[in-house]
Design a protein around this ligand. Structure first.
Ligand SMILES: Nc1nc2c(c(=O)[nH]1)N[C@H]1C(S)=C(S)[C@@H](COP(=O)(O)O)O[C@H]1N2
Ligand SMILES: [Mo]
Length: 263
């Protein structure tokens, strides 16, 4: 498996340490405050709950760090089913496609200190990762494919999200089923900074084909297929979804699907 992990990964670790530090500080304060009254059933109950809370939080943090299973080349599906939009019809996308995406630029904006715009060549020059993973669609089918792309965490380091940036929103080119507004999706910062979360420009060793989201699509390997936005045109960092389309964080979420779509 080709690996090229230069992405700075100290930031999520720092976040995790801060959270765990905060939790143990909470525990310590509770214990320090303890005198005889700590023997009362109510306080015992509270302490028990605090401990349970700490365990739950730790388990949650741990599970959010687990990696999706990676496969070998021989596992790659001979046919990977394209789903949803397979070729955006907007004039803007059609023009990009006609020039083989030479004029494509990815804008990153919103709650960032350094908004930026990247060409495909610039994205391809950034730290990349190649991974073979299984894609699970809510419709019940799965396919295994190999993806190559920029580690999203690296891109975030470049634009420097502000402290109040909680979600990364991916705005796409296509209007699925003729919807008035384009497809969009979102991840929280933890999922966005997961080492297997990529903005992929390559599939199975070739350029990402149009049916699979050219020139750039999300791979968030621990999530269901609908989270993995294809045809990404710009990326926005936000504090909440209140001002984005239906306000639920994604095209399908606005139509009733779960925002958290962990597999
Ligand atoms: N822009 C956009 N992204 C999208 C979709 C879409 O219709 N438009 N469909 C989603 C769904 S439901 C799935 S299963 C995957 C399909 O990816 P694939 O076409 O590479 O199989 O893309 C997801 N991302
Ligand atoms: Mo899907």
């Amino acid at each position: 498996m080709a690996r090229n992990n230069h992405g700075r990964r100290n930031t999520p670790d720092r976040q995790r340490r801060r959270l765990l530090g905060g939790l143990s500080a909470l525990g310590a304060t509770t214990l320090l405050a303890g005198c005889d009254w700590t023997q009362s059933p109510a306080v015992q109950h509270f302490l028990g709950r605090t401990e349970k809370l700490t365990q739950t939080a730790q388990r949650l943090v741990a599970s959010r760090e687990t990696r999706a299973r990676e496969f070998s080349k021989s596992d790659i599906s001979s046919f990977f089913k394209p789903n949803g939009t397979i070729e955006p019809q907007t004039p803007a996308y059609q023009q990009l496609m006609a020039s083989n995406f030479a004029n494509y630029r990815l804008d990153v904006h919103g709650l960032v200190d350094k908004p930026a715009s990247f060409s495909l060549a610039q994205l391809k020059a950034m730290p990349s990762r190649t991974q073979i993973t299984r894609h699970d669609c809510v419709e019940g089918w799965s396919c295994i494919g190999q993806w190559t792309g920029v580690v999203l965490g690296h891109l975030l380091d470049r634009v420097q999200p502000r402290d109040n940036a909680r979600f990364v929103v991916f705005h796409c080119a296509d209007h699925l089923y003729g919807s008035a507004r384009p497809y969009y999706e979102s991840l929280d910062i933890i999922e966005a900074r997961h080492p297997q979360t990529l903005l992929a420009y390559g599939m199975n060793g070739n350029d990402l084909p149009v049916p699979h989201g050219a020139p750039l699509r999300l791979r968030a390997e621990r999530q269901l297929g609908y989270k993995m936005a294809k045809y990404i045109m710009h990326i926005e960092l936000v504090e909440s979804f209140a001002d984005t389309q239906g306000g639920r964080g994604g095209y399908w979420e606005d139509r009733g699907y779960e925002w958290w779509a962990g597999v």
